[in-house]
Design a protein around this ligand. Structure first.
Ligand SMILES: [Zn+2]
Ligand SMILES: [Zn+2]
Length: 180
């Protein structure tokens, strides 16, 4: 049975964490569920003073991924918890990547926000939502607005970055890196 409430999600996550083969002290981890419209599926917060770790799971991400895929998010956040507990810091560097690979966890906190991209006409107000890097997002110069025939630009909603060409896309992608 997949969790259907926030409480159930937290319970399931805690239980699942016990089955993940990673040396973390689970008694030092608090689990939270976030309802805020954040882009990250999860977050791992370290209290340097107490050494306590909080793993925050995003409810809407769970709803959009489903449990099976969401366990990847849990393994990802547990990898952060492991780094925090072992080394007092955590990132997405080589050490993290290696451990994440062992656990078959995604290296990057996947962002999930719905339609984080907009394809906008430069002349009229026509706008289309895009969820991922589609052809039009990568190469907007090849498209023309269906209403007025003008060129499109693509906007990355969260950061405000926008581009009109493939080169522009590559630059934005590089700049945004994990915030893509
Ligand atoms: Zn991460
Ligand atoms: Zn137009």
């Amino acid at each position: 049975m997949e969790p259907t409430t926030r409480e159930e999600l937290l319970t399931a996550a805690e239980r699942y964490a016990r089955t993940v083969p990673i040396e973390v002290d689970l008694s030092g981890i608090d689990w939270e569920c976030s309802d805020r419209a954040v882009r990250r599926a999860g977050a791992c917060i370290y209290n340097r003073r107490t050494g306590n770790v909080t793993i925050r799971l995003t409810w809407s991400a769970y709803r959009s991924f489903g449990w099976e895929e969401f366990t990847g998010t849990i393994r990802h956040e547990l990898t952060h918890a492991w780094e925090f507990q072992q080394f007092g810091e955590s990132g997405h560097g080589g050490r993290f990547a290696e451990k994440a690979r062992e656990l078959d966890a995604p290296r990057h906190c996947r962002s999930f926000s719905d339609a984080r991209l907009r394809l906008c006409c430069s002349s009229c107000d026509r706008e289309a939502r895009r969820y991922r890097a589609s052809k039009a997002v990568k190469r907007p110069a090849k498209r023309r607005c269906g209403s007025c025939g003008s060129r499109y630009h693509v906007k990355h909603v969260e950061s405000g970055h926008s581009w009109r060409t493939h080169a522009g896309y590559l630059i934005a992608r590089k700049k945004l890196d994990e915030d893509w």
